[in-house]
Design a protein around this ligand. Structure first.
Ligand SMILES: [Zn+2]
Length: 163
């Protein structure tokens, strides 16, 4: 929570994880200097789904196939950190590991984390990924299982945009 001058102003309870993530990113030569943690409703909802919550490949695929934008702008996909105590060392370690490989780390039944050169870039990864989850859940809520962009078309996107 931000807000200098506010009485209860304090660093985020996820401060440890944020520092560890940036240090790990720097070690691998990344220019990322910003970590964002948010509570995007649809990504969290999908992290409650019994079939998707425990399979990051399925989770990523579902978000990718709902709209080409997600495939293009979240190219490394979405990793899932199994539920654990907010602010814990376990959560920090799990998140750092996921963000070495994926653009977005989902905290199961809690939220999302991403890094970027600045806050806008980090936020964009989460915001675009959330669009995929929102579209999928919207289709389910409308009573149908979405067809999704085909595997061949997703592959075409990957090759065309060199993802
Ligand atoms: Zn949180």
């Amino acid at each position: 929570m931000g807000g200098r001058g506010v009485d209860n102003y304090a660093p985020t309870s996820e401060f440890i994880s944020h520092v560890e993530i940036i240090m790990a990113k720097q070690k691998m030569g990344s220019l990322d200097r910003c970590v964002i943690h948010t509570h995007p409703i649809e990504l969290i909802m999908l992290s409650h789904h019994p079939e998707y919550a425990h399979d990051e490949m399925m989770y990523t695929q579902m978000c990718w196939q709902m709209i080409p934008e997600v495939r293009a702008f979240v190219p490394r996909g979405i990793g899932i950190v199994p539920y654990c105590m907010p602010g814990s060392q376990k959560l920090a370690k799990g998140t750092t590991e996921k963000l070495m490989q994926y653009d977005v780390a989902i905290w199961e039944k809690h939220g999302a984390v991403a890094t970027g050169k600045d806050a806008l870039e980090a936020f964009d990864y989460i915001d675009v990924a959330n669009k995929g989850a929102k579209l999928f859940l919207g289709c389910l809520a409308s009573g149908f299982i979405p067809e999704g962009v085909s595997g061949a078309d997703l592959l075409d996107l990957k090759q065309t945009f060199n993802l």
